[in-house]
Write a protein that binds this ligand. Structure first.
Ligand SMILES: CSC[C@@H](O)[C@@H](O)C(=O)COP(=O)(O)O
Length: 380
């Protein structure tokens, strides 16, 4: 098991094993994932041999977070192709596995388009499968590059908004290396500030109900050696009131054309708090997260998840008792409201940091202009 308590000033790899990798053992190609449902207790690999396994891994959040979903989806199409399954069926199943993070569909459709184009050109399914794999690998590399550029731009923005350093940054959900080909989105900016000696503290929202903040962001923060403190989501208000938050940094699952931001449920209340307390609310996301075909926040489909994620807590090391496999924390039969995401309107967002530039103030025109700088086109 990996050392969970590293607190030295030196950067360490976020996990002992890669978050996602393509392997070609003699039995046939596989996609190997770090099972994020097991963190922070243990680093366990999940080996996907076909697209349905990957669909299940996506639904269960073994693999999660917008950019990584795109990468995984693209590799999933390649997996179906090299193993001789119906590529279009696999692509549809993968793209529909979760509805809110647009990167999933972007990644899937890019690999599918590469497959189709090569098939039309050569008529050779092996070559078409290679093309799908090459598209997935490119998306993986591009995400690492985008991540580095977002970190650079985000750090420059922090310097501009908060001259003098010593930033106390609040973040929500998980946006680091666990969701990226590189160091992530919002977390990558915090990491850049830490390396520049400008991060005094990272406040980590635990992120109910599935605890991506507690289980994953705290894990990444500990391994990077940065000063961090975990809080319950509902403690954020008192932290703002005490003047302890200088900026909020979050990622995004889908950004509508008008600049509305869908991200992990609990992001919108933070935006409202930030506005009330005159604290910058900064969204960090690659241009692949901007969906020009979704006009506004009301048009974003928000994933509704099973109620047992709220009525039970699950932990790998304890005996299971409830129908969802966890320990009940509410009476049996209790109904739960469990949206996975919420939508923050553009007027509450101080800036959207992308690899192509910073959008501030957030308007549809400014967002479109920054996205147009990207060489790749988002799905239409
Ligand atoms: C860079 S990741 C941005 C978002 O994908 C992240 O904040 C988030 O909400 C992830 O939600 P999850 O339900 O864990 O996939």
């Amino acid at each position: 098991m990996a050392d969970q308590h590293a607190q030295s000033g030196e950067d360490k790899r976020p996990t002992e094993i890669p978050v996602i990798r393509w392997e070609e053992p003699p039995e046939g190609p596989v996609l190997v994932l770090l099972d994020q449902t097991r963190l922070p207790v243990e680093e366990v690999e999940l080996v996907c041999t076909d697209a349905p396994m990957l669909v299940e891994a996506i639904r269960s959040l073994a693999v999660r977070g917008a950019p990584l979903l795109g990468i995984a989806g693209a590799y999933g199409v390649a997996l179906a192709a090299v193993r001789g399954f119906d590529v279009d069926d696999a692509a549809d199943a993968l793209a529909g596995a979760r509805p809110t993070a647009v990167n999933l569909a972007v990644g899937v459709r890019r690999a599918q388009a590469a497959y189709r184009a090569e098939l039309a050109r050569s008529g050779d399914t092996d070559k078409a499968a290679e093309a799908a794999l090459a598209a997935a690998r490119k998306l993986h590399r591009d995400d690492a590059e985008a991540s580095a550029r977002m970190a650079e731009r985000g750090l420059a923005l922090l310097d501009e908004l908060l001259p003098g350093g010593g930033h106390r940054v609040l973040t929500h959900c998980n946006t680091g290396s666990l969701v990226s080909g590189g160091e992530g989105t919002a977390f990558a900016v915090a990491l850049a500030a830490h390396r520049a000696g400008q991060l005094r503290r990272l406040w980590v929202d635990e992120t109910r109900p599935l605890l991506q903040g507690a289980r994953l962001t705290a894990y990444e923060a500990a391994r990077s050696g940065m000063a961090y403190t975990l809080l319950t989501d509902n403690a954020a208000g008192s932290l703002f009131a005490a003047g302890e938050v200088d900026a909020v940094l979050i990622g995004a699952d889908r950004i509508a054309a008008d600049g509305s931001v869908a991200n992990k449920v609990g992001s919108y209340p933070l935006a409202v708090l930030a506005r009330y307390h005159h604290v910058p609310f900064i969204v960090v996301a690659p241009v692949t997260t901007v969906d020009r075909d979704t006009p506004d926040g009301a048009s974003i489909e928000v994933e509704q998840r099973a109620g047992f994620e709220v009525t039970e807590v699950t932990a790998p090391q304890v005996p299971v008792t409830g129908p969802g496999g966890g320990i009940p924390v509410a009476p049996l039969g209790t109904q739960a409201y469990n949206p996975a995401f919420d939508v923050t309107p553009p007027e509450l967002v101080t800036a959207i940091v992308t690899e192509e530039g910073v959008v501030s103030p957030v308007t549809a025109e400014a967002l479109a202009e920054v996205c147009a700088r990207s060489r790749e086109v988002t799905i239409g």
